[in-house]
Design a protein around this ligand. Sequence first.
Ligand code: DC
Length: 214
Amino acid sequence: MIVIAIDGPAASGKSSVATRLARRLGFAHVNSGGMYRAVTWEILRQQIDPSQAGSVEAAVLRMSVDSGFTEAGDSFIRINAEMPDLELQTLEVNQSVSTVSAVPAVRILVNAQLRALAEKRPIVSEGRDIGSVVFPETPHKFYLDASPEVRHQRRAAQGLHDSIEKRDRLDSSRANAPLKIASGAHVIDTSHLTLEGVVETISGILCKSGILPA
Ligand code: DC
């Protein structure tokens, strides 16, 4: 199993970097945040109150879930035969995803999907706990960060104005698999780097580890 783990707070550049790096390596790109968003979307669709952990858990245990790879090499997740896409970035999902993803049953479900995908292909996976909890055994761990100002600008450029501080606070303070720097992770401040610059920095480290030819 080969896993490149990329963790970090909201709008630290993880998704763009992970996609670009995966294409360069010929690996698949696995977006774990998208999976938490898909579960959250389904919870909201069923009109379940995200703050009722017992109801969320009961719904999750009833969900029929499968995941795989698109032809382009990105992960997808299907829940109860639905594959949400643009709905995953809505304000409603943004506001509830940290609450839903703190429920242990949700994390168990997503982690099982992530591990099953990693059994199939080498992956670049991004999220909050990929290096610390989901794949602690991988030697290839990165933690991307950026200043709050830069992260706000990045969200705004995507037309999104949600409260990333609140989400980061919830994601970092939860009991179960909080956002943190995994032991052995390379920390990269992306505030003043271009997307290509971050990918180059990671590629340089991966060359030294032998995953990428120098
Ligand atoms: O990466 P993102 O912003 O799309 O993630 C959305 C939310 O999903 C994030 O605020 C917390 C949750 N998440 C998580 O708890 N663990 C992960 N590995 C990835 C995301």
